[in-house]
Write a protein that binds this ligand. Structure first.
Ligand code: FES
Length: 65
């Protein structure tokens, strides 16, 4: 995965920033939105952001076992 890829153009948020937010404790789409600002403007990126949140939360779960 390219962590430098911008997923939210409105807020200029990258995949890496979503990952970082999840690693710092965000576990839901809403929490990532609050932490990064991603998907809080036009909403066009919502599906992508949600997919990434789910992905990184699943990764975090595995790493913690
Ligand atoms: S592209 Fe993310 S809110 Fe517009």
């Amino acid at each position: 995965m390219n962590l430098d890829k911008v997923v939210c153009n409105c807020m200029n948020v990258t995949s890496g920033q979503i990952k970082e937010a999840v690693e710092n404790g965000a576990g839901t789409l809403e929490e990532v939105q609050q932490a990064t600002g991603a998907s809080t403007v036009c909403g066009a990126c919502l599906d992508d952001v949600e997919r990434l949140v789910n992905y990184f939360v699943a990764q975090r779960g595995k790493a913690g076992q």
